[in-house]
Design a protein around this ligand. Structure first.
Ligand SMILES: Nc1ncnc2c1ncn2[C@@H]1O[C@H](COP(=O)(O)OP(=O)(O)OP(=O)(O)O)[C@@H](O)[C@H]1O
Ligand SMILES: [Mg+2]
Length: 234
């Protein structure tokens, strides 16, 4: 689903944010991208969104090389990717329903289609009762779930989350990651960038660790426990 080959990213002023990144993520994969502040996590997510361009190397998303993507093609790529940020980025003068519907309005979905899909998605994140509410009346965890609903309502193939639980307490954090697991179980490939190692240790998923712009470790999810075949004759 995502293939990154020898990618380097140098910002203006010779700041080398990523060096020789090689990373392959399968369709339906779920990875934690971890590492201390300044490691390059956000930069890597930005490259996948074409919000920044690599200085060298190649990135292939769903079989398409995005190195030389034309500016007019970027919105088409972004329709296939959902994004969740630490600070929710909700529209506070619009209801929960309208916040989620917005992602479908911009792609020209019909009114009926929008209604059906928004309500379905709000149900997935357990917010169907809050459709008419303004976001400032919601808790932090609920606001983040609105942001998640908005990021998946157009059924992206990839979901990128940048410190999605950075503003939440530990219980809400677990809820949010559980929501990501539900979304992942439906086939969406998910990358969660976080410097929260307790979170990473709690969920048994593939963990890619960046430090100073290098991948320093890539630990696959522990194998599902294998049941031993019954002994012959039992
Ligand atoms: N727009 C930019 N211009 C110049 N340097 C940048 C820019 N964005 C990031 N950097 C630098 O690139 C490096 C990687 O930053 P990045 O934001 O990707 O790290 P991060 O792992 O997401 O950190 P954090 O955990 O604090 O969010 C840092 O040294 C940062 O200062
Ligand atoms: Mg960051």
């Amino acid at each position: 689903m995502i293939q990154i080959y020898r990618v380097c990213k140098t910002y203006q002023g010779d700041i080398c944010a990523l060096t020789n990144i090689n990373l392959h993520i399968q369709r339906g994969g779920f990875i934690f991208l971890t590492g201390p502040s300044g490691a390059g996590k956000t930069t890597l997510l930005k490259l996948l969104l074409c919000a920044e361009r690599p200085t060298s190397g190649h990135i292939i998303i769903d079989g398409r090389n995005i190195d030389r993507i034309k500016p007019w093609q970027i919105p088409l790529l972004r329709r296939r990717i959902g994004v969740v940020f630490q600070d929710f980025k909700l529209l506070y003068n619009r209801t929960v329903f309208e916040n989620v519907a917005f992602a479908l309005e911009v792609i020209g979905a019909s009114r009926e289609e929008i209604r059906k899909r928004v309500l379905y998605t709000l149900k997935m994140v357990r917010l169907q009762q809050k459709a008419g509410v303004m976001p400032h009346r919601l808790s932090g965890g609920e606001q983040q779930r609105v942001a998640i609903a908005r990021s998946i309502v157009h059924e992206p193939i990839i979901l990128l989350a940048d410190e999605p639980t950075g503003n939440l307490d530990p219980d809400l954090t677990l809820e949010i990651i559980a929501d990501f697991e539900t979304i992942n179980a439906r086939g969406t490939t998910i990358i969660v960038a976080t410097h929260d190692y307790t979170l990473v240790n709690r969920f048994r998923r593939r963990v890619v660790e960046l430090r100073g712009g290098h991948i320093v470790s890539d630990v696959p999810a522990p194998e599902e426990k294998q049941f031993e075949a019954p002994l012959h004759g039992f």
